[in-house]
Design a protein. Structure first.
Length: 75
């Protein structure tokens, strides 16, 4: 993991230097890194479909399990 982080940081720095030469002006390092991460998230993000608790029928069984306290009738 340490090697991956170092290689990734070196790649980002090299990309920043190339980007600065291509646009001809100074680009902020933090903003450039943030844009790279946003680009990865937009391109490679996986959409997770969240199922609702109420429509799956599991809510009733979940609420009646033994880990919930039960009301004890008075004796």
């Amino acid at each position: 993991m340490k090697s991956f982080k170092r290689l990734f940081s070196a790649t980002v720095i090299n990309s920043l230097v190339t980007h600065r030469k291509n646009i001809g002006q100074e680009a902020d390092h933090l903003n450039f890194r943030t844009d790279v991460v946003k680009g990865f998230l937009v391109k490679y993000a996986v959409q997770h479909i969240l199922s609702g608790y109420h429509d799956s029928g599991q809510a009733e069984t979940r609420l009646t399990k033994s880990h919930f306290p039960r009301r004890i009738p008075p004796t």
